[in-house]
Design a protein around this ligand. Sequence first.
Ligand code: ADP
Ligand code: ADP
Length: 235
Amino acid sequence: GTAVVLEDVRKTYELAEPVHALDGVTLEVSRGSYTAIMGPSGSGKSTLMNLVGCLDTPTEGRVVVDGQDVTTLDGRERTDLRGTQVGFVFQTFNLMPRLTALENVALPQLFQGVGRGERRERARELLERVGLADRADHLPSELSGGQRQRVALARALVNEPAIVLADEPSGNLDTETEADVLDLFAEFHDAGTTLVVVTHERHVAERAERIVHLLDGTIERIEKLESTGEPTSPP
Ligand code: ADP
Ligand code: ADP
C-alpha cells in the first residue's frame, strides 16, 4: 500500500516574481518505507515536507495521504488528517516545556478524544519503546538532547500515523547521541513505521532505503540504497 502520493505537484509563491518552490514533483511513499530528502537550501525541501504533512496545499497537482486527496479537504478536515496520520519530529524537538515526558507523549491523543487513562497507558508504552520509561515524570529541561528527541519520536508515533516526518532530527545532537537516535529510527522502521527524513547530512540520509535529491523544486534523481539499517562504515 501507499502512505503518501504526490502527483505532478507544483507550489508557487506569488511574490513580485512568482517563486516555483516545487515545479512538477511526482513521488510515492509506500507503507513501511524509509526515505531521505536531500537538496541545497531553497531546493524545496521544506515546501515538500509541508505538503506531505498536510500543513499546506499545492498550487497544482494532487497530494494523497492515507488514501485521502488532501487538495479536496477543507482546513478543518486537513487538520484532522494531519492529527491522525502524520507524526512530526523537529530539529529543535518542540516539546511543551511545562509538560512531563509522559504528558508530552500523551498530548496528541487528547485531540483524538482518547480518555485520560488510555492516553497515559499508551504514552507509557511508547516511552518504554524509546527506552525512557524511567524518565516519564521528567520535564524536557531535565532531559538530554538525545532523550528529548526520543520523547519527540514517541509523541510522533503515539497515534500510529501513516507517516512520520522528521526535519533534521539529529541536527542538534552530538555524534554519539545522533547514532542512538538514528538506531531508534531504524528500529521503528524495522517494526513497520513509514519514515521520511529531511537532512543535509549524507550519513544521516544513508540510513534510509532511498535518497530523493531535490534541485530547484524538482526531483533531480532518486538514489536507491542497500539499506542494512546499519550505519555506513567510515571511509
Ligand atoms: P531549511 O534551511 O530548513 O531548508 P529555510 O530557511 O529554507 O529552511 O526555510 C525555513 C522556513 O521558512 C520554511 O518553512 C519556508 O517555508 C519558509 N521560507 C523559506 N523561504 C521563504 C521566503 N522567501 N519567504 C517566506 N518564507 C520562507
Ligand atoms: P528548502 O527547504 O530546500 O530550503 P524551501 O521549500 O524552504 O526550500 O524553499 C523553496 C523556495 O521557495 C525558495 O526559493 C524559498 O525562498 C521559497 N519559499 C518557501 N516558502 C516560501 C513562502 N512561504 N513564501 C515565499 N517563498 C517561499
